[in-house]
Design a protein. Structure first.
Length: 256
């Protein structure tokens, strides 16, 4: 985890400890890292990327706060759905018929209803319990120690993992529906096994970042340069540099 910690010291002797965390942290490693670092450093002020709204969201999603009528993500049993939960209607694809289909008859009709979107929706909500645990720890620690808490922005909330969850859910739903289209209706056990495999891959990727953040960052930038169109790669790089500059400027102002 040494790659995830960086200490900066100003000319006046003030120190800032930067803590790198995972946007989607299934095992809670980032929250543990933040907790240990704050306990050891005993900071005069705690700074968090994002907005107060992101802080509130993190406290609710992590289960540290309760809200009447809201089911906590980490208490969501996505593997065993309520018997009353039924399949939903799928959007129909546009009708396309080739010349051969006109001769041989109608093509196989895609599934009209499926439980996949429902199952993936519950799974995605369960994953959201692994977003913002680091922020929740920072908020709770600042409150417990009676030190100021500063949200650094940006206004869009910063690099939270909810976008990642949405993309993962879309990919999972797409792949499972393709599987159903080829083999027929999937059983609950088959969907559970596929989604658990996806979580296993996510944990493997997270482990790589925790063990070697610098190396993974370098590989990611190399991938952007070699596999992604130059225009898109340049936009991503510029966005990352802009975010880093904003964070540095905001931290500097907070320390004045």
């Amino acid at each position: 985890s040494s790659d995830l910690l960086a200490r900066l010291r100003g000319k006046d002797g003030q120190e800032v400890l930067l803590i790198g965390t995972l946007p989607l942290d299934l095992d809670g490693s980032s929250g543990q890292l933040v907790s240990k670092a704050l306990d050891a450093q005993k900071p005069d002020v705690v700074m968090v990327e994002g907005t107060p709204h992101a802080g509130v969201n993190a406290m609710l999603m992590s289960g540290r706060w309760d809200m009447i009528g809201m089911r906590k993500p980490n208490e969501t049993d996505w593997m065993e759905l309520d018997p009353d939960v039924g399949p939903v209607e799928l959007p129909r694809p546009p009708k396309k018929r080739s010349f051969l289909q006109l001769i041989s008859g109608a093509p196989p009709q895609p599934l009209v209803r499926s439980l996949v979107p429902v199952k993936v929706g519950y799974w995605a909500y369960h994953l959201r319990g692994s977003v913002g645990g680091d922020v929740a720890v920072a908020v709770a620690t600042a409150a417990a120690k009676g030190v100021p808490l500063r949200f650094l922005g940006p206004a869009d909330g910063g690099f939270q993992g909810h976008v990642q969850v949405t993309l993962l859910a879309e990919q999972a739903a797409r792949e499972l529906l393709e599987e159903e289209h080829r083999k027929g209706q999937m059983s609950g056990n088959d969907m559970n096994a596929a989604l658990k495999r996806a979580e296993s891959h996510m944990r493997e990727d997270a482990g790589k970042w925790l063990r070697d953040a610098r190396g993974e960052s370098a590989r990611l930038m190399q991938h952007l340069q070699e596999r992604v169109p130059q225009e898109v790669s340049s936009q991503v790089t510029a966005k990352l540099e802009e975010r880093a500059t904003l964070m540095a400027s905001t931290i500097s102002k907070t320390m004045e």
